[in-house]
Ligand binder design. Structure first.
Ligand SMILES: [Fe+2]
Ligand SMILES: [Fe+2]
Length: 237
């Protein structure tokens, strides 16, 4: 590993790298095309130290993780749906209800913050619900078929959208929008620092949003940096 590698490449190497990048606020999914050097420069971090942290922990708790670069593609698509889509389907309504409650009870404490949180979260939730539906109903079934064709040594089946790169481009644009909403939520909440008027519901709301962000980053990483490039490579092989 070197500091000239991109964040996406480092994240693809291990879950441990993801954990370290995440802990420094380095965006490896939508901002994954930057090298570690470039990304650290923007944040005022020392790239050698961050790389050292990744290497020190390599092979630790993450050693049992599946290697999604080589696992069958259909298995990866099912994994994303069963873990990350399932997570969002459970958490988005729960967080939405918490936010609604906080706005009803504490709306006057910081109306500017709470109104903007409402807009950002509402937009993110609606976008992600539609986005997951598009992936599950349209794109992933073909990605699963690609995985099965590869395993059987058959040619890739034709897709109804010309090339699989077309829907993938749309999904990647939507990922960037979701990433932008999450990063604005982090900025306006000052990295989820609790306001002094925070009650238990605000605590749960902030914790839920921070956890959602971490999960969505892994989710988008698996799609943008592993699943989608593998599907495009199979089609053009
Ligand atoms: Fe997804
Ligand atoms: Fe997606």
């Amino acid at each position: 590993m070197t500091t000239t590698q991109t964040l996406a490449e480092l994240a693809t190497g291990s879950y441990n790298a993801i954990r370290v990048l995440e802990s420094h606020g380095l965006d490896y999914c939508c901002g994954g095309k930057l090298s570690l050097d470039q990304a650290c420069q923007k944040k005022g971090l020392n790239p050698a130290e961050v790389l050292g942290e990744i290497e020190r922990n390599a092979g630790g708790a993450s050693s049992g993780d599946r290697d999604w670069k080589t696992a069958p593609l259909d298995e990866l698509a099912r994994h994303v749906v069963a873990t990350h889509h399932e997570y969002l389907k459970l958490e988005l309504p729960v967080i939405g209800a918490r936010l609604q409650k906080v706005r009803a009870v504490h709306g006057s404490k910081d109306p500017q913050l709470l109104d903007r949180m409402g807009e950002l979260f509402g937009g993110l939730r609606a976008e992600m619900e539609l986005h997951m539906h598009k992936e599950e109903a349209m794109l992933f079934p073909f990605i699963e078929q690609y995985g099965k064709a590869q395993a059987a040594g058959r040619p890739m089946p034709p897709v109804p959208f010309g090339t699989i790169a077309n829907p993938i481009r749309v999904m990647e644009m939507e990922h960037t929008e979701a990433g932008d909403a999450l990063s604005e939520l982090r900025t306006i909440t000052k990295d989820y620092a609790l306001p002094e008027w925070a009650c238990a519901t605000v605590r749960a709301l902030y914790a839920g949003l921070a956890a959602l962000e971490a999960d969505l980053h892994v989710h988008i990483h698996l799609e943008n940096n592993i699943m989608f490039p593998r599907a495009i490579a199979l089609e053009t092989a």
